[in-house]
Design a binder for this molecule. Structure first.
Ligand SMILES: [Cu+2]
Length: 120
């Protein structure tokens, strides 16, 4: 009877150790899912220019400007009230987490470059 109890306790302990290692490992390896989308600014267009995102999900739009013309210099998200300057060939991130469904347009300051972020 005592040996049985010891065996049960031993097995339980082994399970606990395995579970603990598995749990702590999987915990340490947790990956934060982040949507990163790279947008090239070139030849008068944003590429890609139609982007989809989910409500309440973080998304990062990384703009890389390859167009030297001053037209491409600024990206404006009108309805979000955000704008950023794009230095040539340097990534500029917009990290967004939009709480409301809709179509969010982004353009250069003169509205020649155009793109939209659709949030559902
Ligand atoms: Cu422009």
């Amino acid at each position: 009877m005592i040996t049985l109890l010891v065996n049960v306790a031993g097995i339980a302990l082994i399970c606990l150790i395995i579970w603990w290692f598995w749990f702590s490992r999987s915990h340490a390896n947790t990956i934060k899912i982040v949507n990163l989308i790279e947008i090239r600014v070139k030849d008068g267009i944003y590429q890609p220019s139609n982007i989809e995102a989910k409500i309440n999900h973080p998304i990062t739009l990384r703009f890389i400007r390859d167009d030297a013309s001053p037209c491409a210099e600024t990206v404006v998200f009108h309805s979000l009230n955000i704008s950023k300057q794009l230095p040539l060939h340097q990534p500029v991130d917009f990290s967004l987490n939009i709480k409301k469904a809709g179509v969010y347009e982004f353009t250069c300051q003169m509205g020649m470059y155009r793109g939209k972020l659709t949030v559902n």
